[in-house]
Write a protein that binds this ligand. Structure first.
Ligand SMILES: Nc1ncnc2c1ncn2[C@@H]1O[C@H](COP(=O)(O)OP(=O)(O)O)[C@@H](O)[C@H]1O
Ligand SMILES: [Mg+2]
Length: 268
């Protein structure tokens, strides 16, 4: 594949070029789930949260994991983020089976490779905006002066340059989620996992957060995987994975989604 000419190089072309693997003529897979199952044991009852999910996620794409409440989105999200272990099946990140990692390597992966965003922001209330974003850098061993500077820059990039010394309680929900996005980016992760990032926000603020996440994939080549049942994601993401009852129902490219929007009314 030849490099597209500079003058007409759109973000999408650049992305496709950067992540196109000439040898295999395929885009690079960053996350691969293979037959992932999860059974929670609740006393004598077994809850089959995931019943075997196969999925490849490509570098630089924005993938939405859609499904009704209780369908297994958060469980799947925890598996691919290395936060919990599957009962069966495997998760590969950059072709490494994460079950093979020792505690130190797994901690490294969670700290450096993946950024996490949650529905309820999960910020540390006694810390300022800046300190919240600096924290993962401190864990990663970034010298404090550099962490200070970089946190300020990231916060500026998410539109909070004027709120560095505010505490989370002094900020709106949308602003708090922006801090969480900034924190997720602290160690320049390759992958950002967002679990229902807009669920606690009003429509407009939710849209702003989605735009911010889309921007990450387009401008920084970050792979964003977002679990959601927010229909606003539909026309923004590259692909949608529909999960129902712990199974992958279907996977759609955005180009095909519009036609099927009628289907989604039964999702909630
Ligand atoms: N820690 C847990 N222990 C037992 N059951 C759980 C646990 N977490 C989730 N579940 C169950 O697993 C299923 C999937 O849950 P979850 O992944 O949270 O779905 P979603 O994020 O799509 O709402 C649900 O039936 C839920 O009750
Ligand atoms: Mg959930």
């Amino acid at each position: 594949m030849s490099m597209p000419t500079g003058a007409t190089l759109s973000n999408k072309d650049a992305r496709d070029f950067l992540y196109f693997d000439e040898q295999t003529a395929a885009r690079r897979v960053v996350v691969h789930a293979q037959g992932v199952k999860k059974v929670y044991q609740m006393g004598k009852i077994e809850v089959h949260a995931l019943r075997g999910i196969d999925l490849s996620v490509y570098a630089g794409e924005y993938l939405a994991i859609m499904g009704p409440s209780g369908s297994g989105k958060s469980t799947f999200f925890n598996m691919i983020g290395g936060l919990d272990k599957p009962s069966a099946g495997k998760v590969f990140i950059d072709e490494v089976d994460i079950a093979q990692l020792d505690a130190f390597e797994l901690a490294w992966l969670r700290c450096r490779k993946i950024g996490y965003i949650f529905q309820s922001f999960n910020l540390i209330p006694v810390m300022t905006c800046l300190e919240n974003v600096m924290l993962p850098m401190t864990f990663a061993g970034v010298p404090s002066e550099e962490a200070f500077e970089r946190s300020g820059e990231i916060l500026k990039a998410v539109g909070l340059g004027h709120r560095l010394t505010h505490k989370p309680s002094q900020m709106s929900g949308g602003q708090q989620q922006r801090i969480a996005v900034a924190r997720a980016l602290a160690n320049r992760p390759a992958i950002v996992l967002a679990d229902e990032p807009t669920a606690n926000l009003d429509v407009r603020t939710g849209e702003e957060i989605i735009e911010l996440l889309v921007g990450l994939t387009e401008e920084m080549g970050v792979t964003v995987i977002s679990a959601t049942h927010d229909m606003k994601m539909l026309d923004k993401c590259d692909r949608v994975v529909w999960i129902r009852d712990g199974r992958c129902d279907r996977i759609e490219d955005r180009a095909n989604i519009d036609i099927q929007v009628g289907d989604v009314s039964n999702v909630h």
